[in-house]
Design a binder for this molecule. Structure first.
Ligand code: TYD
Length: 141
């Protein structure tokens, strides 16, 4: 049986190219070339206690790229049809998040820093914070 393509399949792990020499590494992210959208907002999460869960929402239109710059972060993705769990633990790996992906985020190490590049400015109306609402909209857009 051929598995149906759903929004989760468009969430990709990207290997970021690194400029390395004996002094250390540089990772470059350029909007519209290495990132498939224009970056309108950058934010980062840090000092997040490991006993709490973050996320717990989906975005209607926002596209994001997330990178664990330091430490380890677990991300559970769900598009209403399928789910997938990913541990981010490298500053050279980015995870792209498409619209309509429910995400639960757990910091696994207290030193973790999660960088988020976003396609738009903050808009609370773009959030779906109720899982049942999300599932309804995901199944019947
Ligand atoms: P939220 O996106 O729910 O956090 P996370 O997904 O990391 O758990 O945001 C937490 C709070 O911060 C919420 O009240 C909205 C606010 N916020 C802003 O005001 N601007 C922003 O750019 C972001 C990302 C959040």
């Amino acid at each position: 049986m051929i598995e149906e393509y759903t929004p989760l399949d468009s969430c990709k792990l990207l290997n970021l190219s690194t400029i390395a020499d004996e002094r250390g590494n540089i990772c470059v992210l350029e909007g519209q070339t290495s990132i498939p959208f224009i970056i309108k907002r950058v934010y980062y999460l840090f000092d997040c206690p490991i006993e709490f869960q973050r996320g717990g929402h989906a975005h209607k239109n926002l596209r994001q790229l997330i990178i664990a710059l330091n430490g380890e972060v677990n991300v559970r993705l769900d598009d209403g049809f399928k789910n997938r769990e990913i541990t981010l633990n490298s500053p050279t790996t980015a995870l792209s998040l498409s619209p309509m992906i429910w995400r639960d985020i757990q910091f696994l190490t207290p030193n973790a820093v999660l960088l988020v590049l976003a396609s738009d400015v903050y808009d609370e109306n773009d959030y779906i914070r109720d899982y049942n609402d999300f599932q309804r909209q995901a199944i019947d857009p």
